[in-house]
Design a protein around this ligand. Structure first.
Ligand code: SAM
Length: 354
């Protein structure tokens, strides 16, 4: 009879149990965002270690709730680096790590919390048990199989989903743009800029604040999305469909737009960008980039997990791509000069010139 109790086999059984229950991690993260735990611990920068009972008293001011269950959630997330656990006098206390601090609301009330909630809405959750369908028949993404229509069409009909998407994009874009300004300086000679798929206009607002040489900024997104976007000085919101046309500008910016579409759709979007630009005009695309090799680093895992998210929710053949794959798509749309800039561990800025 085959040996079943080697050290390697014990480790393997442990690993498969961990993998099988990994859903506990994002769902517990979802719970702490819903309960507003990060703001409760942060309390204006104090970040003092608190027991689960103390945190509960802050998040449910009227009293009630189960401190033991909150502690179970906090303890598990501490093992994944969201909280730091402090043990003393027989009591467990929790403060925020740098990961946990990404969930603290800034002065405008935004954080990565909305992104966490946006990814776990019921309609998205219904798609997850159908990932295998994207393998069997990629003509329809799991989201559409589960909900009867594509994700963007679905969001637009549900005002609360549309609003959460705007909030989620603001939460991830503000810190990203601060990092972008440190390593990318390609807005210097631009006077007219359009942000394609610009959501609420946060990226454009920050670019215009940093680069006063830009006299006109157009935030271009679906009409239902720009209808909910806030007024921003210097920014004109334009509703439309990037598959039909893109407003003319010296440069086109886009972030997290190409990755959700198929190769054919990307070529179509890039061709419309090409038409909207003058000779020498630039397309500046900020996208997640897949590493060429696979390993177990956070960088590779975050990007491969995001790739499966795109496959499940947006397009079964939408995907995260390597730098070279993006370059080939841009060449096929007519762009020639190509530069790339690394902004952080997840994204790359790709600059294509007409
Ligand atoms: C993942 S979000 C990125 C938002 C924003 N660029 C950011 O990074 O914060 C993709 C955006 O593309 C927009 N979008 C989807 N289909 C579009 C279309 N056909 N034309 C214009 N915008 C579209 C969505 O409404 C959404 O705001």
């Amino acid at each position: 009879m085959a040996e079943t109790n080697t050290e390697a086999q014990k480790q393997a059984r442990l690993a498969i149990l961990e993998l099988a229950n990994m859903i506990s991690i994002p769902m517990s993260l979802h719970a702490v965002v819903r309960l507003n735990v990060a703001d409760a611990i942060w309390e204006g920068g104090a970040n003092a270690p608190l027991s689960a009972a103390q945190i509960l008293a802050r998040v449910v001011p009227g009293g009630g709730g189960d401190a033991e269950n909150l502690q179970r959630v906090l303890r598990m997330l501490a093992s994944y680096g969201v909280f730091e656990e402090h043990i003393g006098d027989g009591e467990r206390k929790y403060s925020l790590t740098n990961v946990g601090k990404t969930l603290v609301s800034d002065e405008n009330g935004v954080s990565y919390g909305a992104y966490v909630l946006q990814h776990h809405q019921d309609a998205l959750m219904r798609a997850w048990p159908l990932v295998h369908e994207a393998v069997l028949d990629p003509s329809k993404e799991p989201f559409e199989r589960a909900n009867g229509e594509g994700a963007y069409d679905y969001y637009l009909k549900k005002p609360e989903m549309n609003e959460l998407m705007l909030k989620a994009m603001a939460g991830v874009s503000v810190p990203f743009m601060k990092a972008l300004f440190e390593s990318y300086h390609g807005f210097q000679n631009v006077e007219k800029l359009v942000d394609v798929g610009g959501s609420g206009g946060d990226c454009l607002r920050m670019i215009l604040q940093k680069y006063p040489n830009i006299k006109q900024g157009f935030n271009f997104d679906l009409p239902e999305v720009v209808a909910k976007a806030p007024q921003i000085p210097g920014v004109t919101h334009v509703g439309g469909d990037m598959f039909k046309y893109i407003p003319q500008a010296d440069a086109i910016f886009m972030k997290w737009v190409l990755t959700t579409w198929t190769d054919e759709e990307i070529k179509h979007i890039m061709l419309n960008c090409y038409k909207a630009l003058p000779a020498g005009g630039k397309l500046i695309a900020c996208e997640p980039v897949l590493p060429e090799t696979s390993d177990d680093s956070h960088r590779t895992r975050a990007s491969l997990a995001g790739d499966i998210f795109v496959m499940t929710i947006y397009r079964a053949k939408g995907k995260h791509r390597t730098e070279e794959q993006f370059r080939q798509l841009a060449i096929s749309a007519g762009f020639n000069l190509f530069k790339s800039f690394h902004v952080d561990y997840f994204h790359i800025v790709l600059e294509f010139q007409k």
